[in-house]
Ligand binder design. Structure first.
Ligand SMILES: [Zn+2]
Length: 425
């Protein structure tokens, strides 16, 4: 597309003849301070967008997020490319005006982070392809994490396979190979072992090659790349999961590896302080704790059952024979598990139990009776629990429910007793 076509078709800044922005980020990854002339600025949908005659701000694309920074002291919060123009969105400070000469700064820490993740992805994708024949279908670089999507099924991407690809990627990082990202002539393109077809243009990122040795990767890309692979620092494969028919691999590179390590250490320190053990003993301590907790829960269940049996015997003896026993229980037996244990123990003694209790700012009901013909306790409970403003139900011989209106528990029990042919105590 040439300049005149651009002017006719552009929806942006139509008042001024547009200039094609010089993209400094393509030729110089390290340039984070530059001067430019504002070609145009306008407010659209409440946002100020600025076009410069030249820019080092990378616009979001190719799986890489946009650079942030400042233009003439105003904050740049997003950068996109639309219709061949790079649009800088101003999120704070005075808006630059057309014709103004401005000093621009790209946030260098954010840029370096993107360079490390993005180039690390190239190396990791090359490693998966070289070692496992697994091609990368898509790539995502976010503030929370980076992923590549491989065309290989998860069954093939075992922990060992992931470790082998990670080791190969780090071998390429630590060999500190030269990286050459630039436009190529058709003859140069023919000579390169391209990992994937060109997306747009003829810019190819070549790793290795020259007098130093073989080309280890050649990938068409418009993203930002370092001069040497060593700047990636390290590549860590974190986890993998099924993604359609393929595998999604989460990874981190460079400074993010250090940040993740610190976060993991911090969590381990907190966990080991809570368990009063040294960090290396953490896994064993957690396993022991889980075992103990399970054993205690089982013990508690047995104790509750024993207590319920005693309480059922007491209620059976204290209440007139034959009639349903409608009563509220307190403490442990008033909680849903306690109510259920007592109700079932009562049913085992041949009694109909309509029990209620309060726990956790809610009133609970549990009704039980011996199996066979008799009142439908599920239907009776469904009616009684509406008094509590809640929901519940169940089978003819066992039902449960709860509601927030704890002050009306006695009323709910009286209603249930009347329906079941008895009276509440
Ligand atoms: Zn790339």
């Amino acid at each position: 597309m040439d300049g005149s076509e651009k002017n006719e078709t552009s929806r942006y800044l139509p008042a001024k003849p547009l200039q094609v922005t010089e993209k400094i980020f393509l030729s110089d990854t390290y340039r984070t301070r530059f001067e430019a002339t504002v070609v145009g600025a306008r407010v659209r949908e409440g946002r100020t967008e600025v076009v410069l005659d030249r820019t080092a701000f990378y616009p979001e694309g190719g799986g890489q997020p946009a650079d942030h920074g400042t233009i003439g002291g105003s904050l740049v919060t997003d950068v996109i490319e639309a219709d061949g123009e790079v649009l800088h969105f101003i999120g704070g400070g005075p808006s630059p005006t057309a014709g103004e000469r401005v000093a621009c700064v790209v946030d260098p820490a954010r840029r370096l982070d993107h360079v490390q993740q993005h180039h690390g992805q190239h190396l990791l994708s090359a490693a998966f392809e070289r070692i496992h024949g697994a091609a990368t279908l898509s790539f995502h670089l976010g503030a929370d994490g980076c992923t590549i999507d491989l065309d290989a099924p998860p069954a093939r991407m075992t922990p060992e396979a992931l470790a082998a690809a990670e080791a190969e990627a780090n071998r390429l990082v630590w060999a500190d190979l030269p990286v050459d990202a630039r436009e190529r002539s058709p003859a140069e393109l023919d000579a390169l072992p391209l990992r994937k077809g060109a997306v747009k243009g003829s810019r190819v990122v070549v790793v290795g090659g020259g007098p130093a040795g073989e080309v280890v990767d050649a990938s068409p890309c418009g993203g930002t790349h370092p001069r040497r692979t060593g700047e990636v620092g390290a590549v860590a494969v974190l986890r993998a999961q099924k993604w359609g028919a393929g595998t999604r691999v989460e990874f981190a590179c460079g400074g993010r590896v250090v940040a993740l390590l610190h976060r993991a250490e911090e969590r381990m320190a907190r966990a080991s302080a809570a368990l009063r053990c040294a960090p290396p003993e953490l896994a064993a301590a957690v396993e022991k704790l889980a075992e103990e907790s399970l054993a205690r829960r089982k013990e508690l269940e047995r104790m509750l059952e024993a207590l319920a049996t005693v309480e059922a015997a007491r209620l059976d003896g204290a209440c007139p024979p034959g009639a349903p026993v409608a009563i509220r229980l307190d403490g442990m037996l008033g909680a849903p598990s306690g109510l259920r244990a007592v109700a079932q123990a009562m049913a085992a003694r041949g009694r109909t139990a309509l029990l209620g209790g309060v726990e956790g700012a809610r009133a609970h009901l549990c009704f039980a009776r011996p199996r066979g013909p008799g009142a439908h306790l599920g239907e009776i409970l469904r009616e009684a629990v509406t008094v509590l403003g809640g929901k519940g139900g169940g089978a003819p011989d066992l039902s449960q429910g709860s509601g927030p209106d704890v002050d009306r528990l006695d009323e709910a029990l009286a209603l249930a007793a009347a329906r079941a042919g008895g009276s509440a105590r």
